[in-house]
Design a protein around this ligand. Sequence first.
Ligand code: URA
Ligand code: SF4
Length: 212
Amino acid sequence: MGTTTSRTTTSAAEFVPQGADLAALRRAADGCRGCRLYEPATQTVFGAGPADARLVLVGEQPGDVEDRQGEPFVGPAGRLLDKALDEADLAREGVYLTNAVKHFKFVPAERGKRRIHKSPSRGEVVACLPWLHAELGQVRPDLVVCLGATAAKAVLGAAVKVTERRGQVERVDDYDVIATVHPSAVLRAPDRDEAYQAFLADLRVVRAHLGE
Ligand code: URA
Ligand code: SF4
């Protein structure tokens, strides 16, 4: 009882302005200190896309390229995602793209200056969630697509297994949600073509769900 620890509160909540539009949220997120990940990272990488998007895609966290450029999905995973969106007849321009965690988490490479991606902890994902909730509250999409386990756990709960749930539309709170793999996982897959086709099949479910 009453033990005090050195643990400080880790949450973005106090940095999120209530009722703010996307532009104001983005500006506020620049100054987020909701967890330790802002310290070594270059900048906050907030979501990007139209406020009236019918579709929100949620990745894990910015990568090395995104950290430098300040925009989501502009590196190798983003290129694969663009191609797949295009093939599934989903225009990237109409999609709001964001990440579960808004800062790049990495470890330095043993030599050279390349930085190695490190998955965020559950605590970091939970700390950053107020930003995602605020984005969803502003965009109010018809469908949320979780790209990979980190996004799926952030949106659908920690117990979710993407391999069991992928490609199925589920109702969570006010949203229809579908989980699929992360485009980086497609790039790393032993059979890349097969993994890509399966990813594309999930995006075609997304396309069909949106209709017209
Ligand atoms: N991977 C992600 O999950 N998000 C990005 O923005 C880039 C790579
Ligand atoms: Fe804030 Fe999220 Fe960055 Fe942590 S990762 S400092 S919660 S924006």
